[in-house]
Design a protein around this ligand. Structure first.
Ligand SMILES: Nc1ncnc2c1ncn2[C@@H]1O[C@H](COP(=O)(O)OP(=O)(O)OP(=O)(O)O)[C@@H](O)[C@H]1O
Length: 558
């Protein structure tokens, strides 16, 4: 990743520009405070110049000036604290807004977004964090680097036009030096980001598969490989730091040039023959005040480089149009599902996953989808859950084309139980309540009874209020599946979608779960992807699939 492709660069710039506009009102505070600090700095330089000239016997300043300089120092410290707080507020606000937007997009896309989990979490956490410096430091620093030096050089020019010109000329050198060192720094910081990504992705992947690594006795070899990835990150980080030192060095050189030029201009000061010693001292004392906003600008330069890389990754997700479609006025109590010559292809270079599938399921009916692995059973369920749009043919619910509906609305119609239930950390009750957050305890307990969760929950220390999931009480596969079935009972939708829900269960547990599932299907429209043994557990018509088609059609050669 030497540099961003032109399209990504433009998308990143557009995203940052749009977000900066949203923060415009908030950014005004740190910028005004920064200008206030610069104005105080000018006044303080004048007072200190008068005090120093008095020490040299060339002016008559007294305790009044000293007290005023001290008050200004305290005021500047106060303004700097307020500025820092205002900057942090801008950064936090931008991050919170963007994080919510990214999270919402990822949740809305659901499994349709096929990025790895580690990558999704990096988008929400690291990429958003990388934007903080852009809003909190770079934007105010860039504005102040243009305004404050003009104010300070203007004040110097009022006292001595040549000194004003010297300061202005030195100030103009800063962005040039920054741009030159920034070319390399931009590339280095993006490479560092990529190395960090690789390391965290690999770590997450290997931690998930830790039991497999240990069983295969690969832990030492893997530790070495992780070590190599960490070493790459170290080398890339050092390179970024080296370039940062170079840019700091360039800044110091420019400050040195400005000071030397002003010292040359006001050389008479040392000899004691300067006609306006206060002016000379004032101009010299303005040098640190003049360069303070430029230093902040240089310091924040790498922040905007890092932010651009992060924004390039976030832009495709944030700029993509959100899910479109109609909303359901209400969930119909009964649904008829019709597939007519439906085609679905995940990848143009591979055969279609569904290649002209037709069927109809009426309310109260169960359709069993059977067929070898990869024949397209799950793909049919994915379409009905709104995670995929069919590429051809027509899918209708109660006669209405489902592609007209927003994908999220489709999910209001159905309950889904897959092969392995995901149990969140929380109580069993909370895990069931996920299906319908407004459900009362009576409804949850009824669902738990219907799904035979009560059978095992009654024996747990706190019944339905037992903590389960990560770090909690471990549930067996069959118990977790029963929690998933309870969720489906609680949702009480007209359409039930089951994807081999008993595949991983032993025959005894399978019978218990099948019993609960059969009762779930009663009176609803049910579509069940299943293997042959479990199919015997349901009553329904069977559609046998073969390579994305009805096996009967294939046999008939249609
Ligand atoms: N996300 C995806 N990207 C690309 N191809 C996919 C994707 N998901 C499924 N496929 C392909 O589509 C075809 C149908 O897959 P599908 O998951 O619908 O089959 P299945 O009958 O449910 O299989 P199984 O019984 O093993 O779960 C397979 O050839 C599979 O490789």
């Amino acid at each position: 990743m030497a540099s961003l492709p032109a399209g990504a660069e433009a998308a990143a710039a557009a995203l940052l520009k749009r977000e900066a506009r949203s923060e415009r009102a908030r950014l005004r505070t740190p910028i005004l405070l920064g200008l206030g600090i610069a104005a105080c700095g000018i006044a303080q330089a004048l007072l200190v110049a008068r005090l120093l000239a008095t020490l040299l016997g060339r002016a008559e300043a007294g305790w009044g000036e000293l007290a005023a300089a001290a008050v200004l120092a305290v005021l500047m410290a106060g303004l700097a604290i307020a500025q820092e707080r205002a900057q942090v507020a801008v950064g936090e606000d931008a991050k919170a807004r963007l994080r919510a937007a990214v999270f919402e997009r990822l949740l809305a896309a659901g499994p349709q977004d096929e990025r790895a989990v580690g990558e999704k979490s990096a988008l929400v956490v690291e990429r958003i964090e990388a934007l903080e410096g852009y809003f909190a430091r770079w934007l105010p620093a860039a504005a102040l680097a243009m305004l404050a030096p003009l104010l300070i050089a203007g004040a110097a020019a009022l006292a001595d036009p040549v000194s004003g010109m010297i300061l202005l000329g030195a100030g103009l050198l800063v962005p040039v030096a920054q741009a030159i060192s920034g070319i390399g720094a931009g590339v280095a910081s993006r490479r560092q980001f990529a190395a960090l990504q690789r390391l965290s992705g690999r770590f997450l992947d290997r931690m998930r598969g830790l039991p497999v690594l240990v069983l295969l006795n690969q832990q030492d070899a893997e530790a070495k490989r992780l070590g190599a990835a960490a070493e790459e990150l170290r080398a890339r980080t050092m390179r970024v730091l080296r370039l940062a030192f170079i840019s700091t060095g360039a800044m110091e050189l420019i400050v040195g040039i400005a000071l030397a030029s002003l010292a040359y201009r006001h050389g008479h000061l040392v000899a004691g023959t300067h006609p306006a010693p206060v002016t000379a001292l004032f101009c010299l004392l303005l040098v640190p005040v003049f360069f303070a906003p430029l230093r902040a600008f240089a310091g924040a330069y790498h922040e905007q480089l890092a932010a651009r890389g992060a924004a390039a990754d976030l832009a495709p997700l944030l700029e993509a149009p959100g899910p479109q479609g109609l909303l359901l006025e209400e969930v119909p109590p009964k649904v008829t599902v019709t597939f007519h010559e439906v085609r679905l292809s995940y990848d143009a270079s591979r055969p279609a996953a569904l290649d002209g599938v037709s069927f109809r399921v009426l309310p109260g009916e169960t359709l069993l989808l059977t067929g070898e692995s990869g024949s397209g059973k799950t793909s049919i369920l994915r379409i009905l859950m709104g995670f995929r749009r069919p590429d051809g043919g027509r899918v209708a619910i109660n006669g209405h084309d489902i592609t007209l509906l927003a994908p999220g609305e489709l999910r209001r119609l159905s309950s889904y139980v897959g092969q392995r239930a995901h149990i969140f950390r929380g109580t069993i009750r909370e895990n069931i309540r996920f299906a319908r957050p407004d459900a009362d305890d009576a409804a949850i307990e009824a669902a738990a009874r219907a799904a035979q969760v009560m059978e095992f929950a009654a024996g747990l220390p706190a019944g339905l209020d037992t903590l389960v999931g990560e770090g909690g009480f471990g549930l067996s596969g069959g118990q977790a599946q029963r929690v998933a079935v309870a969720r489906a009972f609680l949702r009480d939708t007209p359409l039930v979608l089951l994807d081999e829900p008993t595949t991983h269960l032993d025959p005894g547990t399978e019978a218990v779960v099948l019993d609960a599932l059969r009762r779930l299907c009663v009176g609803r429209t049910a579509i069940v992807a299943t293997h042959a043994r479990a199919a015997r557990g349901y009553f329904g018509k069977v559609l046998q699939l073969s390579a994305g088609r009805d096996a009967a059609d294939r046999m008939a050669g249609n």
